[in-house]
Design a protein around this ligand. Structure first.
Ligand SMILES: [Mn+2]
Length: 444
């Protein structure tokens, strides 16, 4: 159960959101439960924005923020929830129910979720616009249209149309982009657990293990250190599998002499970390792997060194492109003039993704990357990843053979502070010397 002070913490967020449009309603449905097979569901996780605004963890719920009928007052918060059901609770666990949700989550009223279409139009008095994210869930879209139609009819023969629907992502995204001290604490915790786990993997991986054994170890390490779940599906890619950016099969045997790329992050208190490390399956990097690895590491460390308030976000990616292009020239993988290679995006053959993304409750967190058509400037409280990588496709016959099938990505989580930045994931080694020192331990 949430203590009252915590309920107040979510209430504050709802007030801030309501102030963004005093005559609008804001609707946030819970995530759907997805069927895996027959009557078995995939693991449920609450929609991040609904959780951000309420702390309410259950499926089949719905938050409505409605303008107050008294002028100047903040929006009312109405939560629709599942009713208590002793028989279902034996199967699925306890529910808060209508009374429990009202007592615990500091909202102004609660109703059974079945009454959404009946209650909501009545409660919407004075609403001129609705913020709702359509096209995620067709069933919910139909329910919302039914609510808006009933609301429209409530005005008699007025000739009015449906109130307009606008996407709430930008308003909530802007709030979620800036992490407060409580959120930073959760991010630090997620990052610390994730970093420690990656270090532990470096001490345990051995040739002959299967990628899924490593995946199982990751699950174990994150959860045994306090994570409720993972922030996203782990990528455990040995050898050439690392050149597949979203490799998820995780079912091949690791071979001595190959590199292993692991991209995995634990979620703690609904905030996730996101770390990638690439290290030898054996004890040491080969000479070719070492040269290739150091190009990525140099780019990554230079990018991190740039981070401070006022820096334009896109300049970090621009720098990664420059640094990696110079590295590709030194490796002989590209030929020509640096400027022209950047102009023509030649590096994209080896570096086809961006240098990072916002990080928070979602691994690819919400928040605008541009404002007024320009890349935005970094400000304290923003958190994002820096993750340059280089990949030479196994079938890239134009590339020198010694580099074919190599994939290296190095990713850390960065918090912008008032004086610069903090690397939340700094505890996991990334220089070759530090990695090889840990790898040595796996073979003792
Ligand atoms: Mn990432």
């Amino acid at each position: 159960m949430l203590p009252t002070s915590v309920a107040g913490y979510y209430k504050k967020r709802r007030e801030i959101l309501g102030k963004k449009d005093s005559s609008a309603a804001f609707f946030f449905p819970s995530n759907r439960e997805y069927i895996r097979n027959d009557d078995v569901h995939y693991d449920f996780r609450q929609d991040s924005s609904l959780y951000y605004l309420t702390g309410f963890p259950e499926p089949e719920s719905f938050l409505a923020l409605l303008p107050s009928s008294e002028g100047g007052k903040s929006h009312r918060s109405i939560l629709f929830v599942r009713q208590r059901n002793p028989e279902r609770e034996i199967w699925d666990g306890e529910r808060y129910g209508v009374d429990g949700a009202l007592n615990v989550f500091g909202v102004d009223a609660t109703y059974p979720i079945e009454e959404l279409e009946d209650q909501l139009p009545e409660l919407m008095k004075g609403v001129e616009k609705v913020f709702y994210r359509a096209n995620l869930d067709e069933t919910m879209d139909r329910r919302i249209y039914s609510v808006l139609e009933t609301y429209r009819r409530g005005h008699g023969r007025s000739g009015r149309g449906l109130v307009p629907i606008q996407d709430p992502r930008e308003h909530v995204g802007e709030m979620r982009l800036f992490k407060d001290s409580d959120e930073i604490e959760l991010l630090c915790r997620a990052s610390k657990i994730t970093a420690d786990s990656h270090s532990e993997l470096m001490r345990h991986v051995k040739p002959g293990m299967n990628e899924f054994e490593i995946e199982a170890l990751i699950d174990y390490l994150f959860r045994s250190k306090g994570c409720q779940r993972l922030g996203y599906g782990s990528i455990v890619a040995g050898g050439k599998n690392a050149t597949c950016l979203h490799y998820r099969s995780n079912n091949e045997t690791l071979r001595d002499g190959d590199l292993l790329l692991i991209d995995a992050g634990g979620e703690y208190g609904y905030y996730t970390s996101d770390i990638t490390r690439t290290f030898p399956v054996g004890k040491k990097f080969s000479d070719q792997q070492a040269k290739f690895y150091d190009v990525v590491l140099k780019a990554q460390m230079e990018c991190i060194a740039m981070v401070k308030p006022g820096v334009v976000y896109s300049t970090i990616h621009q720098h990664a492109c420059l640094s990696l292009t110079e590295g590709l020239l030194s490796l002989g993988l590209l030929k020509g003039k640096t400027e022209e290679l950047i102009q023509s995006n030649a590096f994209r053959r080896f570096f086809p993704h961006g240098t990072g993304h916002w990080l928070g409750m979602d691994v690819h967190d919400c928040g605008l990357y541009t404002q007024g058509g320009e890349s935005r400037k970094l400000e304290p409280g923003m958190c994002f990843t820096i993750e340059p990588g280089l990949y030479v496709q196994p079938g890239d016959v134009e590339a020198s053979e010694e580099f074919r099938g190599l994939g290296v990505r190095i990713e850390d989580d960065i918090l912008v502070t008032s004086s610069g930045c903090e690397v939340l994931t700094k505890d996991v080694p990334k220089t070759r010397a530090d990695i090889e020192a840990l790898r040595e331990k796996a073979f003792r």
